[in-house]
Design a protein around this ligand. Structure first.
Ligand SMILES: NC(=O)c1ccc[n+]([C@@H]2O[C@H](COP(=O)([O-])OP(=O)(O)OC[C@H]3O[C@@H](n4cnc5c(N)ncnc54)[C@H](OP(=O)(O)O)[C@@H]3O)[C@@H](O)[C@H]2O)c1
Length: 287
């Protein structure tokens, strides 16, 4: 059976090693910047040995995941001795395979295996990982192996080419990080009528959950509701007037997002061309 190793015993390394082990993979070795972290990970994975030196992982395992922070990957890979029969895989969403070039030059196969998921802590990552999608940059045998791993983790996967990675990652930033930014904007607006951030978040979570369920069940564009889906010009006008008066720092954002929401409303088919034109004009000019 293929022997897996991990260099970097943080959030992603812990989640991948624990879940792959639980799904029948053989995880034999881990090293990290500190031995404590390596031991902590090894303690969660039966049969996995913690090593002091990353080179020991490169020797003990056939497929080595480099799960250090992105900026450390190239340096870690360049320092180690690799050879034929080894596969080196990083988990960055934005870096391509060029950072693994020293391993490839030494005869190893290389790949990228990015869990399209948000991991706030190792424990939460272990829970969230199954069912996540994976962005895989690899060819041939490595692609087959990594696709099998994604499936073993109940995940869908997409094959990415070198030029795809940065936009793929920017998409994740929109869908995950900037969603949080929008929640923060909403909580700031709640502050205008005296509700603190905790109360606002508590009230908004069921709305967020409902939105997500609609995205999942009916998909784009039919999951869209609200004034732009209805072509409700009066409401949009009122929103903009109130923002201009009480929270002008969010007016440009509101208008930009509104303009990008119009194509979704058009796709849903509840607004006609005249309604689209009127909303576009109102959101573009801000009046
Ligand atoms: N977190 C996410 O949401 C997420 C999602 C998808 C993909 N990823 C990717 O997963 C990779 C790891 O991210 P992460 O969030 O798991 O980072 P992390 O929690 O900060 O963990 C990184 C680990 O790497 C170790 N490390 C740092 N420098 C090292 C070096 N020079 N040599 C050996 N080990 C080193 C650290 O060691 P010590 O603990 O020993 O100090 C730490 O345990 C990144 O490529 C990231 O892009 C992360």
């Amino acid at each position: 059976m293929l022997r897996l190793g991990f260099i970097g015993a943080g959030t992603a390394g812990t989640a991948l090693s624990v879940k792959l082990s639980q799904r029948g993979y053989l995880v034999v070795a881990v090293a990290s910047r500190t031995f404590d972290s390596a031991q902590r990970l090894a303690g969660k994975v039966p049969g996995c040995q913690a090593y002091e030196m990353p080179q020991q992982v490169a020797e003990a395992a056939e497929l080595v995941f480099i799960t250090t922070p992105d900026d450390a990957i190239a340096g870690v890979v360049a320092k180690l001795r690799w050879g034929a029969g080894k596969t080196v895989v990083h988990c960055s969403g934005v870096a391509s395979l060029d950072i693994l070039e020293p391993a490839r030059q030494a005869g190893a196969q290389v790949g990228g295996f990015h869990p399209l998921q948000t991991f706030a802590s190792a424990q939460q990552a272990i829970q969230n990982l199954p069912g996540s999608a994976f962005g895989i940059e690899a060819e041939g045998e490595v692609l087959d192996r990594l696709a099998e791993m994604a499936q073993a983790l109940d995940g869908d996967w997409v094959q990415l080419q070198e030029g795809d990675k940065v936009l793929y990652h920017a998409a994740a930033v929109f869908a995950c990080n900037y969603w949080i930014t929008l929640i923060r904007v909403a909580t700031e607006l709640w502050g205008h009528f005296g509700a603190d951030s905790a109360k606002a978040v508590k009230a908004l979570v069921p709305l967020l959950r409902g939105t997500l369920l609609n995205v999942e069940s009916v998909g784009l564009p039919n999951c869209l509701s609200g004034p732009i889906a209805r072509g409700d010009l009066g409401t949009i006008e009122k929103h903009m007037a109130a923002l201009k008066k009480d929270a002008p720092e969010f007016l440009t954002l509101y208008r930009e997002l509104g303009l990008h929401t119009i194509p979704v409303a058009l796709g849903k088919g509840r607004v006609d061309d005249a309604g689209v034109e009127a909303m576009s004009k109102m959101l573009t000019t801000g009046a």
